[in-house]
Design a protein around this ligand. Structure first.
Ligand code: SF4
Length: 380
């Protein structure tokens, strides 16, 4: 099958959202930040495209941005801010732009398609530069938040871009021969900050198998026509809430039907009870600890009240030496695999299959592990 990184990413985040977008082709209106991002990307492409008189100066770029700015795309109260931010981004960009930098650009908004075994994966790379030390693949970001460097080092999209570069320009890659000569950068334009990373050849193999696994899951979902909703942190910004079964009820008009009213009432009651249960459990833990401390100090095993009594009992857990357990298992010719770690629940189940003598022998291997006390209530 053919897919793109962004479609795959959407599928991973929520299969149902993917279905709305890629299968049902429901296109929600573009959000202000998307329109803003597209215009900034277009302006950066303009900045890096030479005209008959060379590369555009900052005034020309600002002019390009202003002429393509459509006030009506933005809510009235945000329009001025977005416009000002756009101007600042362009000015900041020019301040950081090196004299030689624009001469180095070899591709802008480059469309790629790479094979992933029998599948293909497509996408766009914002910019590729031929630098003094190798190459640089740059993706522009208009996000307000800058992620930590560790995230950039793990970023899947950048790894895919590197694979695309090697696939589409093998002769260029042969010039540098090593992936560490190819810088992968995310340029956070609002902050004028470029975060760069590289990949080892071994990373690329791992990336390919991860993508392949995801594409196989996507292909399976298509075959089964099964795209389940998956609640995730981005749900609050999802355009499909009204049609998604996880949120559609939120948009349902209140009903005056008795059955509907009753279900509303018990729904609210359910939530109240759950909250109360949490509070009660918290209080039980707190006062249980106080009681336990008191009984310990007074050396008491049981505490009497008018409601009934509270018993404080010892709970002991044990552990086994896995080598010793393996030795006696071997002696009994039972389950002759090596014992890596003793699973106490499994061992207890297994004990039932042993003779009394074997049980005693197994018990002799037991060593005390943890001791703790617990409280139970005896009603009157
Ligand atoms: S609201 Fe959340 S669960 Fe529903 S489609 Fe959107 S992302 Fe998926």
């Amino acid at each position: 099958m053919h897919t793109s990184y962004s479609a795959l990413n959407t599928f991973r985040t929520c299969p149902l959202k993917y279905k709305f977008q890629a299968v049902d082709k429901i296109k929600p209106p573009l959000k202000p930040q998307q329109i803003f991002g597209s215009l900034i990307h277009a302006t950066l492409k303009f900045i890096h495209s030479p005209g008959p008189r060379g590369f555009p100066e900052v005034e020309k770029a600002l002019d390009y941005f202003s002429k393509n700015w459509k006030m009506e795309n933005f809510p009235a109260e945000e329009s001025q801010n977005y416009f000002r931010e756009g101007i600042e981004i362009i000015q900041k960009y020019y301040q950081a732009l090196g004299e030689e930098e624009r001469q180095q650009t070899i591709a802008l908004e480059h469309r790629f398609v790479i094979p992933i075994q029998k599948h293909t994966l497509g996408g766009f790379i914002d910019r590729i530069d031929h630098t003094a030390t190798g190459f640089e693949i740059i993706d522009y970001k208009t996000d307000r938040k800058v992620p930590p460097q560790e995230k950039i080092d793990q970023d899947l999209q950048l790894s895919i871009y590197l694979k695309a570069f090697i696939h589409q320009w093998p002769s260029l890659f042969n010039r540098v021969k090593n992936t560490d000569k190819i810088n992968l950068s995310l340029y956070y334009l609002r902050h004028g900050l470029k975060l760069s990373t590289t990949r080892a050849p071994s990373d690329l193999g791992r990336v390919e198998s991860n993508i392949l696994a995801d594409i196989e899951k996507l292909s399976e979902a298509h075959a089964q026509n099964q795209f389940d909703p998956k609640i995730n942190p981005l749900c609050d910004w999802c355009d499909y809430q009204k049609t998604c079964p996880m949120f559609s009820h939120k948009y349902k008009a209140p009903s005056s039907q008795p059955k509907e009213k009753e279900i509303q009432r018990i729904g609210q009651r359910f939530i109240q009870l759950k909250k109360e249960k949490r509070e009660i459990e918290k209080e039980i833990t707190e006062i249980g600890a106080q009681l336990s401390e008191y009984l310990e100090q007074e050396k008491l095993g049981q505490f009497f009240t008018e409601e009934g009594s509270i018993l404080r009992q010892l709970r002991e857990t044990y552990k086994y030496d896995s080598v010793e357990v393996a030795r006696i298992f071997e002696k009994w010719k039972k389950d002759p695999y090596s014992v890596m770690k003793v699973d106490l629940t499994a061992l207890n189940r297994f004990t039932k299959r042993l003779s009394p003598e074997q049980r005693r022998e197994l018990a002799s291997l037991r060593q005390p592990d943890k001791r703790s006390f617990f409280l139970t209530v005896k009603n009157k």
